[in-house]
Design a protein around this ligand. Structure first.
Ligand SMILES: C[S@@+](CC[C@H](N)C(=O)[O-])C[C@H]1O[C@@H](n2cnc3c(N)ncnc32)[C@H](O)[C@@H]1O
Length: 304
């Protein structure tokens, strides 16, 4: 493991690598889009299969991720183009770089381990951090603004819709009560309010922290994660060459449902053949090596 100047550990273990190597083969001169290049772990796998005529176009909204990807990918033979962009804007990125079609669009949605541990990001309820949650620091609205400025009902709906949290109304009520006296500014403050609302507290025997679902909901809202995924999926058929592949790894059911429905709709339109009748899951061995892989699911489709 290495340390970067920002003191966050850079170890991010790419998930489902064996299944990707088996299922996502591309010609040596392929153009591969890694829509979430992160630390470049998956791109490195693709890049090692490409020759000098191949290209990887890596996108990420996070400047720090791109710096790490650059270091990881600098020895590849193929061309590597890294762009700070939201994958929702993939059509514009490709047009700017002079590409109309590509052979693989790959996305590994969510966040990297370093982002979770970054003290400035505010994703973690294990450490005290400012309540931010923006993957892209150019975004205007932070989790602090949502938590403190949304109406109680709006907040409850958001926590229910994006977190599937059955205690959403109680949590919103406790938040609304707390913020009458002071703004909720840190992750631990918020986590404590949630624990009190649910009357559940973290303990060694409890595998999932009581604040997990609420934090997920806020992260999804701050980064418009589902909207961006929908835009990427809607754009993809027009950007793929015939026989080109699209593969998406998601980490929760809301994302997976969007991918599943989009692939089904494209099958109905005869634009895709679905190559994964059921999503590809990690093996027990991978989960024990990398617990973060536990909830990963990959779906693959082929452009007809
Ligand atoms: C799970 S990590 C990807 C890890 C990468 N596959 C690797 O092996 O290193 C997800 C990355 O996607 C980025 N990301 C999340 N949403 C994005 C979006 N809408 N557009 C572009 N990048 C995004 C995050 O900043 C993060 O760096």
């Amino acid at each position: 493991m290495c340390e970067f100047k920002d003191n966050t550990s850079c170890e991010h273990i790419p998930v489902l690598t064996e299944q990707i190597a088996e299922r996502l083969s591309v010609p040596q001169d392929a153009v591969v889009v890694d829509a979430t290049v992160g630390h470049g772990g998956h791109s490195l796998l693709f890049g090692e299969k490409l020759g000098p005529g191949g290209t990887i176009i890596g996108l990420d909204v996070d400047e720090k991720s791109l710096t790490r990807a650059q270091t990881a990918l600098c020895d590849l033979e193929c061309e590597v183009i890294l762009v700070r962009s939201n994958f929702a804007d993939l059509p514009d990125v490709l047009a700017d770089e002079g590409y109309s079609k590509v052979d693989l669009i790959f996305a590994d949605i969510g966040f990297c381990s370093a982002q979770l541990n970054d003290p400035k990001r505010g994703f973690s309820f294990q450490q005290n951090m400012p309540l931010d949650m923006r993957l892209d620091d150019r975004l205007k609205v932070t989790a602090e603004q949502i938590v403190n400025d949304y109406e109680e009902k709006e907040l409850a709906d958001l926590i229910f819709k994006y977190g599937d949290e059955r205690g959403s109304r109680r949590i919103a009520r406790y938040i609304a009560e707390f913020r009458k006296t002071q703004r909720i500014k840190s992750t631990l403050q918020l986590a404590n309010v949630i624990c009190k609302a649910l009357n559940k507290f973290p303990s060694p025997g409890r595998r999932i922290h009581p604040a997990t679902k609420t934090f997920q909901a806020l992260r999804i809202a701050v980064n418009d994660e589902l909207g961006c995924l929908e835009e990427l999926l809607e754009a993809a058929p027009a950007l793929l060459n015939k026989n080109g592949l699209i593969a998406v790894i998601s980490f929760h059911s809301l994302e997976d449902r969007i991918v599943k429905n989009n692939f089904r709709e494209n099958k109905r339109l005869q634009t895709y053949e679905i190559l994964t009748k059921k999503p590809i899951n990690p093996t027990d061995e991978e989960i024990s090596r990398n617990p973060r892989a536990r909830s990963s699911k990959m779906r693959i489709a082929r452009r007809i």
